[in-house]
Design a protein around this ligand. Structure first.
Ligand SMILES: NC(=O)c1ccc[n+]([C@@H]2O[C@H](COP(=O)([O-])OP(=O)(O)OC[C@H]3O[C@@H](n4cnc5c(N)ncnc54)[C@H](OP(=O)(O)O)[C@@H]3O)[C@@H](O)[C@H]2O)c1
Length: 299
């Protein structure tokens, strides 16, 4: 049976990939308890032992603000590790699935970014992810490099959970209104990854499909609009909150300074992945509703 090694299997996307990839073969989950991914020798030994047919890398250093102070740490996971994976994939002729981010762009464009646009990251996190992309693209391996954005899930920490916590405990709060992007569920990323990989492992001339794709939900919102939607839908689901969407104040990025600078325009054009793989990607609100009901069910 085909063996798929899944790194970062306990993360938001990794957890969903354990489910979505399982019909494609023997999924071997790898979390921190199996290999510390900063230990590249241990990783090489692990790969030699497992001999995967496909590597899916959902591991990442995602602490965007912390990365400004610990850029070396971010580079270890987002670049050094990825370089080793890409070299292994190239040498052993195995497919590599890797994830990247809207934060590789500077966000000054007016239109959504396409796969042809050139990265120009504003932050240490963005630089480390852009370096990882470069390592994959130049390695000579067959790859799916999937850029995504604004991940939400009932698992782990994310904006959706932060907003619900704030709305439970505060009468009002502020959210940035001048950064736009697509809230995207971890399960959508995992499901679409499985659909793409199915085509690749079962098709002929699959190397033609190797490349960069934008895997984000359709539509877009500002963080403020997203927060308002979360709160009004949560109220509709019967979640007890201390405020409503009317109590959320829209502020500009300059009124809400963070260590890392974020792109104003985080919109990624997802038409390529829909066209090439003949799939349809739903609007962000559909997936946010599902995440909210999962969170509400967990209490
Ligand atoms: N989250 C977002 O909003 C977002 C946006 C755009 C792109 N992306 C990209 O999407 C992908 C998936 O993100 P995600 O949100 O699912 O990430 P996540 O929830 O933060 O999961 C990352 C995983 O990597 C693991 N990891 C980190 N350092 C490790 C180490 N030294 N050894 C072993 N495991 C290690 C973590 O393990 P522990 O749980 O043990 O720490 C965690 O399970 C990443 O490539 C990310 O850059 C995410």
């Amino acid at each position: 049976m085909r063996k798929i090694v899944l790194l970062g299997s306990n993360g938001q996307v990794g957890w969903e990939l354990q489910r979505s990839l399982s019909p494609l073969g023997n999924v071997v989950p790898c979390d921190r308890s199996k290999v510390d991914l900063t230990d590249l020798e241990a990783l090489s030994t692990y790969l030699e032992h497992e001999r995967p047919d496909v590597i899916v890398n959902a591991a990442a250093y995602n602490a965007v603000d912390l990365a400004e102070s610990f850029e070396d740490e971010a580079q270890k996971i987002n670049f050094d590790l990825v370089k080793v994976l890409a070299e292994y994939a190239s040498l052993n002729n195995v497919w590599l699935v890797h994830y990247s981010t809207d934060y590789v762009f500077d966000g000054v464009a007016v239109l959504p970014y396409s796969e042809e646009d050139v990265p120009n990251p504003l932050s240490a996190y963005g630089r480390s992810k852009a370096n990882g992309e470069y390592a994959v693209i130049t390695s000579g391996c067959n790859y799916l490099l999937l850029r995504t954005s604004w991940i939400h899930s009932s698992r782990g920490s994310n904006f959706a959970k932060t907003i619900l916590r704030l709305a439970e405990t505060k009468d009002s709060f502020s959210v940035v209104d001048d950064q736009t992007g697509a809230p995207t569920s971890a399960s959508l990323v995992a499901d679409v990854t499985a659909l793409c990989l199915y085509r690749i492992v079962n098709g002929t001339s699959s190397e033609d499909l190797s490349g960069v794709y934008h895997l984000v939900a359709s539509g877009f919102a500002s963080w403020y609009e997203y927060a308002c939607y979360l709160v009004s839908e949560a109220i509709g689901l019967g979640v007890k909150l201390s405020c409503s969407e009317l109590d959320i104040r829209a502020v500009s990025s300059s009124e809400y300074p963070t260590k890392a600078i974020r792109p104003k325009n985080s919109r990624l054009d997802n038409s390529k992945i829909q066209d090439v793989f003949n799939i349809s990607i739903p609007d962000w609100k559909i997936c946010v509703k599902r995440t909210l009901s999962d969170i509400a069910r967990q209490g």
